[in-house]
Design a binder for this molecule. Structure first.
Ligand SMILES: C[S@@+](CC[C@H](N)C(=O)[O-])C[C@H]1O[C@@H](n2cnc3c(N)ncnc32)[C@H](O)[C@@H]1O
Length: 234
């Protein structure tokens, strides 16, 4: 029986919405806040660009966004959306905040320049479906900011970790997901990957392929292709 379902997420995050900021405050202070800032620095949304946040939670990323960006923020939980909307208003961020499933985005194709996926890919039941939807709503060449916990792509999680995951997956998130296959499912290319929060988490910048031919040329080292940092994709 699947423990991580959309219904369960709606319930568990609805219940945790009122205490989310208080409970995660020590984590923000211990490096989450720095990681969010760094991830959004890599994304560098341009003035006038359209940016989508999937699984916005209470809106802890808002304070790290530059001004002049058109922000649309979504979350499965109405309680989270209510808090994110209040935070946006209080912090002067002009954001449209909506209840929405990240596996079924209600936006037209190619309607965003950037997507933020912070602490959602390890939570959402089907991260591959989410990546496909993110890619669909991104314009070709559009970029994605990721901040989450992953095991490296070529690592088989230890038995202890797999056992622990039964508990963490039911309680808050899956600790055994791999970033590479998720990006691949969406036709997203890794541009940059960095360790964060003492190496326990990952920050990544990815890009929607412009077209398969261009990306093959870029992989072969053609000028103008995405910046690929050797050794960061494990
Ligand atoms: C760990 S919290 C992270 C919140 C926020 N991104 C942050 O960085 O603080 C995960 C969030 O994902 C939301 N979520 C879970 N499943 C979702 C889904 N299918 N679609 C959209 N959001 C979802 C939850 O409601 C919760 O707000």
């Amino acid at each position: 029986m699947a423990v991580n379902t959309t219904t369960w997420n709606r319930i568990r995050y609805g219940l945790s919405a009122p205490i989310y900021d208080v409970v995660t405050a020590p984590l923000q202070a211990m490096g989450f806040s720095t990681a969010r800032r760094r991830a959004l620095e890599l994304l560098s949304p341009r003035t006038g660009s359209r940016l989508l946040i999937v699984g916005v939670g209470t809106g802890l990323d808002f304070e790290h966004l530059p001004g002049g960006v058109e922000v649309v923020a979504t979350d499965l939980s109405p309680q989270m959306v209510e808090r994110a909307a209040k935070r946006a208003a209080a912090s002067g961020v002009e954001a449209q905040v909506r209840v929405m499933d990240g596996e079924r985005l209600e936006f037209p194709d190619s309607s965003f320049d950037h997507v933020v996926l912070h602490l959602i890919l390890a939570v959402i039941p089907d991260p591959l479906a989410c990546a496909r939807e993110v890619s669909r709503v991104l314009r070709p060449g559009g970029t994605v900011s990721v901040f989450d916990k992953f095991v490296s792509d070529n690592e088989r999680p230890s038995m202890l970790r797999r056992a622990l995951n039964i508990v963490t997956n039911a309680a808050f998130s899956d600790i055994n997901r791999k970033l590479g296959p998720i990006l691949d499912a969406g036709g997203l290319e890794l541009v940059e990957r960095e360790p964060a929060v003492s190496g326990l988490f990952t920050i990544a910048l990815a890009q929607r392929r412009r077209d398969p031919q261009q990306s093959m040329a870029a992989d072969a080292g053609a000028v103008g292709g995405p910046r690929f940092v050797p050794g960061v994709r494990s």
